[in-house]
Design a protein around this ligand. Structure first.
Ligand code: ZN
Length: 159
């Protein structure tokens, strides 16, 4: 097996994870007694995401999302909720920073990052600047919910 075979196997595996999360989104729905919620929109692709949080003290005891849009936007939000559930807000911020570093890194080098879990499957998106907005939409919406900003956040840049 050559290196390029390994790379394409890896790409296929990552694509499978993204497709799986898009078809069977985790933590999909709303939280009626949410302590935080926000709505996000990516006009470049037409993706919508709503994020709901139940925060108890400093811990995210429940997190859900709903929305519609491309596979990247929905899969990223699904993986995000999976990863952040039962984390503290401080830990969630660390995951967000790692994810941001990965998604804006165009070196093509994928470094193992245990705190990202399935989110690592989105590393390849960094090569497609237009799709980065899709991948970060759920995260911006999450931030907006945590900061208790009013209104819908609209993605107009990566950050
Ligand atoms: Zn999109």
């Amino acid at each position: 097996m050559t290196d390029s075979d390994t790379q394409s196997d890896l790409d296929e595996l990552y694509q499978d994870i993204i497709i799986e999360h898009n078809q069977n989104p985790q933590n999909y729905g709303d939280i009626p007694n949410a302590t935080h919620d926000a709505e996000g929109f990516n006009p470049f692709c037409g993706d919508n995401i709503k994020v709901y949080l139940l925060v108890n003290g400093d811990e995210i005891t429940d997190i859900k999302f709903s929305g519609s849009g491309c596979a990247i936007s929905q899969a990223s939000a699904s993986m995000m909720t999976d990863q952040l559930k039962n984390m503290s807000l401080e830990e969630a911020k660390e995951v967000f920073q790692e994810f941001h570093a990965m998604i804006t890194n165009d070196t093509g080098v994928i470094e193992e990052s245990p705190i990202l879990g399935d989110l690592q499957s989105l590393a390849g998106v960094s090569a497609y600047p237009a799709r980065i907005k899709c991948a970060v939409l759920g995260w911006h919406t999450l931030n907006s919910a945590i900061e208790k900003e009013k209104g819908t956040i609209v993605i107009d840049s990566y950050f």
